[in-house]
Design a protein around this ligand. Structure first.
Ligand SMILES: [Zn+2]
Length: 94
């Protein structure tokens, strides 16, 4: 059986499932968590910076929701609150 090595730190790691190849690269748990953390942060930062026009392109978001969202994040304190929550370890899980 083939051995898999983490792409980032080169330690041996669990094999990636055949169905996930080749789009996924092998990562150890520690590096996977680092990547997920960076990814989540980028998604969160992009999310709070969405414009009304961007929001209206999302299925299920109408004029009223888009306006409320934009109004809420216009306030720098609200933006900062979300960033602070993120930095203290709070995660939104689907
Ligand atoms: Zn690693």
């Amino acid at each position: 059986m083939n051995k898999f090595y983490c792409t980032m730190c080169t330690v041996e790691c669990a094999p990636i499932k055949k169905k996930d190849r080749p789009k996924n690269v092998p990562l150890c748990d520690e590096c996977r968590n680092k990547v997920l953390s960076i990814y989540t942060k980028l998604v969160m930062e992009s999310f709070i910076s969405l414009s009304k026009e961007d929001l209206l392109k999302i299925k299920g978001i109408g004029e009223e929701t888009a306006n409320s969202f934009v109004e809420f994040f216009k306030d720098k304190n609200n933006k900062q609150m979300l960033i602070d929550l993120y930095n203290s370890g709070v995660r939104i899980i689907n």
